[in-house]
Design a protein around this ligand. Structure first.
Ligand SMILES: [Fe+2]
Ligand SMILES: [Fe+2]
Length: 247
């Protein structure tokens, strides 16, 4: 409840300052550029994403993570590889934080199995956060590539567990009604605009403490992002389209 209240307060602040940001949230943001330069154009009706529930939004993010990683693997070391590495870290950090604030508390409400899955997921996230924090800002080298591959192997296993039979998403689909899944889907996207964009392994991972710590860290992270390079929106979009075609 505390996190819902904080989300309402934070959202109203963002809406007042950047009216386009919350509209953009309903379709998701592909790269930090859309945060820094929020669009003031209205989102077309068929792109509103209001019918995308939280389990579907989680899968969309998982696919974004996989596609950023696949792209990074095709790039030789250098600035382009670093751009996609930054994109990968940014995508994972926001996704993980939003899951901790929205998905895992919801999962816990479904019962004992949900509580156990949420605990296991938080444990997996902690491992990923520690790996990400150790790699963040490093230049692309063969050694860093090995670390990224190890971190991604663990993360892909976690993703498969979340999406697979008896996993987090299946338990949510069975235990939460569709209206709540849809409204939590909207919260999930809104939180992604407000959460930290880098890993913070020492920060709390449950609301309300995660919420407060996240706000403080998010400001610093967004400043850090200003000094990093990221792929353009068009590059991210075309990478997503390629990923869809290869499926
Ligand atoms: Fe997760
Ligand atoms: Fe996930």
């Amino acid at each position: 409840m505390a996190s819902k209240l904080l989300l309402r307060c934070a959202t109203s602040l963002v809406v007042r300052s950047y009216p386009g940001v919350i509209r953009a949230a309903s379709t998701g943001s592909a790269s930090p550029k859309s945060h820094d330069k929020p669009s003031t154009k209205a989102t077309p009706v068929n792109m509103s994403g209001n019918n995308i529930d939280v389990t579907e939004r989680v899968i969309i993010d998982h696919n974004d993570i996989k596609q950023a990683y696949e792209k990074l693997k095709t790039m030789s070391d250098g600035k382009d590889a670093e751009k996609w590495f930054n994109q990968l870290l940014w995508t994972i950090a926001r996704h993980s934080a939003a899951e901790e604030l929205v998905v895992y508390p919801l999962l816990e409400k479904t019962g004992k199995t949900g509580q156990q899955l949420a605990d296991k997921s938080r444990e997996d996230h902690q491992k990923t956060k520690e790996a990400l924090a150790a790699m963040d800002g490093q230049p692309m080298t063969p050694e860093l590539r090995r670390k990224i591959d190890t971190m991604m192997a663990d993360l892909l296993e976690h993703i498969a567990m979340e999406e697979g039979p008896g996993g987090d998403l299946e338990v949510l689909r069975k235990g939460v009604n569709k209206d709540d899944l849809l409204s939590e889907g909207k919260s999930f996207e809104k939180w992604k605009l407000l959460v930290p964009t880098h890993a913070h392994p020492n920060a709390p991972d449950k609301p309300p403490f995660a919420t407060v710590a996240g706000f403080m860290a998010a400001k610093v992270d967004k400043l850090r992002d200003l000094f990093r390079s990221f792929p353009d929106q068009s590059e991210v979009k075309s990478n997503k389209e390629q990923g869809k075609q290869q499926k």
